[in-house]
Structures are given as C-alpha cells and as structure tokens.
Ligand binder design. Structure first.
Ligand SMILES: [Cu+2]
Length: 312
C-alpha cells in the first residue's frame, strides 16, 4: 500500500492508503486507468512467483485467476508442496508459489485484495496486475475469481527439520513466555505485557559491545527479555480482542521459529509445523505459539509488522 506522508503523520491522521502497488504500479479510487504491471508468460511452463507483502498495515489476499498456486516456501523456509487458489499474505510475510501456464492464451487478473477500510475490491483494475500469455491481446483481462481452496497456515509443513524443539506440549520449552499485546489509547502506545518500547539514544548492540553495561540496564523496564544461549524458547501471543488494527503479524529478528499453533487455529502441531519468521497472531480466542532455539546471540526485535504499531 502506498502513502505519501511520513508514518508518524499518517498515524495521527488518515490511515487510508492511496493505492495498492504490484511491482510499483497500481490504480486508485476514482483515478485514471494507468498501465498496470504485466507478467508476460509462455504457455505450458512452470513459473515461480515470489510474493512479498511490503505492506505497512493490511494483509493481501493474493490470487491469479484461473490458475492454482503450489506453495513451496514461507519466509525463506521451504515447505512441502501445498496447492491453493488464494493465500493471505500478512505484512512482512513472504511466499514462493509455483504456477503452471496451462490455461488458454489470454489475459488473467493477478489479484492482491487488501483488508483495509474503504479500499477492497477490483473496480477499474484496482489491487491488480495482469498475467499475459504470449500471443494474447494488449488489453485488460475480463476474468473473474472465486476462491474455493484458500491457504490455511496449519496445512503448511516444513520440508526440512520439521520436528519442533522442546517437549510436545504447551509450555514444554526451557523458557516459556506469554506476551500479551494491546493498544494503550491514553498513552498512544502499543504495549507488550504492559510496556511500550522506547528506543535508547545509542544503539543497543553498540552499548553492549562497549562492555560497560548489560542490555537490561540500558532499556526501559519491560522492553527486554534476557534469554540464555542454546535453550528452547516458547512464546505465546494471544489474539487481539480489538478488531481495529488487527490481526497483528508478529516478526522475530535473527531466528526462524516453528509455528506450533497458528493464530487462527486451536490445534497444536509439534511434529511438522511450518517454520517461518512472521506469524499472524489472530483475534480473540487465538493463542499463536512459536518455538525456537537461542542459537544466534544478539539483541533481536520481536515486533508487530504493522508499521504504525512498530512506531507506537
Ligand atoms: Cu499490530
């Protein structure tokens, strides 16, 4: 989504995006029919699409009319192949899908529908790009789409090293953390277990490397969780009870984690869940749960990937 103002300004003003851009191009409400991005393909080939939600806020529901998509990768981690016809991609998430050009020569809509106030829909080629077969006319597609087989995260399985570290039950890690996250409207903060992050005046890593102080001495109370090396960590992230601004995709730096419970599921999977680094934490009743090993020492952010919430 495209804004023409600074995040801090937009945050206090109008959060409505101007347009969805796919590879830099897109149309907006009541705007002209400017050229859209075109993906030129030949018939009877297999194509790998790398899908990146470079979003400040919304998720996108991605699909290509008339074509099934086989997911093979999530956030840089290979998955066992999973055929879908649409997939929700949350801010910060990435996927690879394989698509076979097995349809008649023509133009097909590539769709990325946002889940944002006032902006969904495909009027006038909005939220769209064009898949164009070799030999098709240079026109907008006239195809339509109804999803019958959307991606469910619980159906994604890691291709390599699928076993989850730690014991196969909730709380079965060496260290188990629950991080409740919510807005504090009075303070205009986004809080984790009651605390918002306020960046220190000097970078944390620089301060730690100076050897003078421990990280916990440098950051405000509640902003830091010190973890021992080579231990299994479980973090549970309850779903948000406030629909506005949610759901929140949480991203961990420096690690790939196993999603033992997805934000929109009540099931736990310790055998072969997807491994990734950004997880949708869902709404009320959800309790997204991740596991990882502390094998990459450093100060690492865990944050909601919605830009406004990061700012807050
Ligand atoms: Cu958020």
């Amino acid at each position: 989504m495209m804004w023409h103002s600074l995040a801090s300004v937009v945050l206090e003003g109008d959060l409505l995006a101007d347009a969805t851009l796919i590879n830099g191009r897109g149309r907006y409400v009541n705007g002209p029919a400017v050229p859209l991005s075109v993906v030129n393909v030949q018939g009877l080939q297999r194509y790998r699409f790398r899908i990146i939600a470079m979003s400040c806020e919304t998720k996108f529901t991605f699909a290509i009319d008339g074509h099934s998509l086989t997911v093979i990768e999530a956030d840089g981690e290979y998955t066992t192949p999973l055929e879908v016809d649409s997939l929700d991609v949350f801010a910060g998430q990435r996927y690879s899908v394989i698509m076979t050009t097995n349809q008649p020569i023509g133009n097909y809509w590539i769709r990325a529908n946002p889940d944002i106030r006032g902006y969904p829909g495909f009027d006038n080629g909005r939220n769209s790009a064009i898949l164009r077969y070799n030999g098709a006319p240079m026109t907008d597609p006239s195809t339509s789409f109804v999803s019958r087989n959307p991606l469910k995260e619980v159906n994604l399985h890691a291709l390599f090293n699928p076993m989850v570290p730690g014991n196969p039950w909730p709380g079965g890690a060496d260290i188990n953390l629950n991080i409740a996250h919510t807005f504090n409207v009075q303070k205009f903060e986004y809080q984790m277990n009651g605390f918002a992050f306020h960046p220190p005046s000097l970078p944390v890593l620089l301060q730690i490397l100076s050897g003078a102080q421990e990280a916990r001495d440098l950051l405000p109370e509640g902003s830091i969780y010190a973890l021992p090396s080579n231990k299994v960590i479980e973090i549970s992230l309850p779903g948000t009870s406030v629909r506005l601004g949610g759901p929140h995709p949480f991203h961990l730096h420096g690690h790939t984690f196993s999603v033992v419970r997805s934000g929109d599921s009540k099931e736990y999977n310790y055998l072969n869940p997807v491994r990734r680094d950004t997880v949708n934490t869902g709404f009320r009743g959800g309790n997204a749960t991740i596991r990882f090993v502390t094998d990459n020492a450093g100060p690492w952010f865990l944050h909601c990937h919605v830009d406004w919430h990061l700012e807050m």
